[in-house]
Ligand binder design. Structure first.
Ligand SMILES: Nc1ncnc2c1ncn2[C@@H]1O[C@H](COP(=O)(O)OP(=O)(O)OP(=O)(O)O)[C@@H](O)[C@H]1O
Ligand SMILES: [Mg+2]
Length: 222
């Protein structure tokens, strides 16, 4: 079991009213599993992914990543866990503009202080057809190219779990398909678990398990 989230609750208050976003939500993800999550805008998908990725904390509930109880970790241990076990892909990719595609991909590797893995970065760039673009800056890449770079960055350290929040949200159909194929390939080749949110039923179709977030809880959709 790579991820266990039990009885997760999360509300937001703006000083006046309280908005309950996640209500006793439970999710477990096994090794090598792809879980897709659909749900209306505002349902809480990004909130959930941020919590699963330890970028935000729940009000209550238990979160275990690869057996580690996240609540029990100090900031340093948490950073190490994030860097080792998790890869993030955001809707608007958040590539660092002053670094090239290759440098963006290698960033988690540099941060981890591990041996540089340039050949692996080159292999991955070749695999997604971006080797000729490796020295381009994000502003010099198309939307689809940026998204592929963001996926490679998320997987460079071979994390156990990739969290992808609407990774195809700003892509046309063809580029969305390419990106989704890349996720499936990563999953097949490296056995990484993937939790992915999307508004697109075709994208959700790649899930071993397809869930819907509604009313603060996840249900199986079929
Ligand atoms: N920091 C915050 N403070 C207050 N309210 C917030 C905060 N973050 C999110 N919300 C609210 O929580 C709800 C869930 O937001 P979230 O971004 O998780 O939805 P979502 O399912 O990802 O939507 P979308 O499909 O549009 O991306 C929304 O109503 C949003 O306004
Ligand atoms: Mg969102």
């Amino acid at each position: 079991m790579i991820l266990q989230a039990l009885d997760i609750n999360k509300s937001f208050t703006n000083g006046v009213s309280k908005l309950r976003v996640l209500t006793n939500l439970t999710l477990t993800v096994g090794g090598g599993e792809i879980v897709t999550i659909m749900g209306q805008s505002g349902a809480g998908k990004s909130t959930l992914l941020n919590i699963l990725g330890t970028l935000d904390s729940p009000d209550s509930g238990l979160l275990k990543i690869n057996g580690h109880n996240v609540e029990k970790l100090n900031e340093k241990e948490l950073c190490a866990l994030r860097n080792k076990e998790l890869g993030f892909v955001f809707q608007f990719h958040h590539l660092l503009p002053e670094f090239t595609a290759l440098e963006n991909i290698l960033m988690p590797n540099w941060i981890s202080g591990k041996n540089p893995i340039l050949p692996r970065a080159h292999d991955l760039l070749t695999k997604v057809g971006l080797m000729e673009r490796k020295d381009h800056y994000p502003s010099q890449l198309s939307g689809g190219e940026r998204s592929r770079v963001a996926v490679l960055r998320a997987m460079i350290n071979q994390p156990s779990l990739i969290l992808a929040d609407e990774p195809t949200g700003n892509l046309d159909v063809k580029n969305a398909r390419k990106l989704i194929d890349l996720f499936v390939e990563i999953n097949k080749d490296f056995g990484q678990s993937i939790v992915l949110t999307t508004h697109n039923p075709d994208v959700a179709g790649i899930g071993d398990r397809k869930l819907t977030l509604d009313d603060g809880q996840l249900t199986t959709c079929e």
